[in-house]
Design a protein around this ligand. Structure first.
Ligand code: CA
Length: 217
């Protein structure tokens, strides 16, 4: 899953990006509204974390212009004690909001919920054959035994699981699993697919020649 964070406070931006990467998300960042809008329109992110008070273009304007192009889930970061802001945010098309200062676990939980909702997934544990993917806990088990995946392997499994039954193209996977700072994407993807197959069985991820990959639902 690939997230864009638009935040002009350098420490908060860095801290959030690091925490989300530790959770296995691919993370892009923007330090002002203009750059944020450009990236949010350009890339099909799984979610955008958007601060309201931003230089160049404020969060409201970013959200308004983004909504003309994309339905990407947006989590708005609003100032304390500004309930008018929260109402305005939801009216403008934000999917959720969080009041600063916030707890990191709460931000992570809301992001997971947003991503799940946008995939129209109501359950947090999805079973595929003998494999169970727990999206809330970001954990995978097989025959009820935990399977240890790296953060990126988990992201690959999660993305394919949320799109189970569909063929997911390599291009989609590059877009959702890797961020603007990752390189040699092609090699990485093959390595991750191969490692997941070693851990969950070769047939867990099917290759569709010339098209991409698929997990049967
Ligand atoms: Ca700000």
């Amino acid at each position: 899953m690939r997230i864009l964070i638009v935040e002009d406070e350098p420490d908060l931006l860095r801290g959030l990006a690091r925490s989300l990467r530790e959770e296995g998300y691919a993370v892009d960042t923007a330090a002002d509204g203009e750059d944020g809008l450009f990236k949010a329109v350009e890339v099909n992110y799984d979610a955008v974390v958007l601060d309201v008070m931003l230089p160049r273009l404020d969060g409201w304007e970013v959200l308004r212009r983004l909504r003309e192009k994309r339905k990407t889930p947006v989590l708005l970061l609003t100032a304390r004690d500004r309930s008018a802001d929260r109402v305005r945010g939801l009216d403008t098309g934000a999917d959720d909001y969080l009041v600063k200062p916030f707890d990191l676990p709460e931000l992570l939980a809301r992001l997971r919920a947003l991503i799940r909702r946008s995939a129209s997934e109501v359950r947090s544990v999805i079973e595929i054959g003998d494999v169970a993917v727990d999206i809330a806990a970001r954990a995978v088990s097989q025959k009820r035994k935990p399977v240890v995946l790296t953060a990126r392997e988990y992201s690959l499994v999660e993305f394919l699981t949320l799109h189970r039954g569909e063929v997911v193209t390599r291009t989609q996977l590059y877009e959702h699993l890797f961020d603007e700072n990752d390189d040699s994407l092609s090699n990485l993807l093959d390595v991750h697919v191969s490692n997941v197959r070693k851990k969950l069985g070769h047939d867990f991820i099917a290759t569709r020649r010339g098209h991409g990959y698929c997990i049967e639902g």
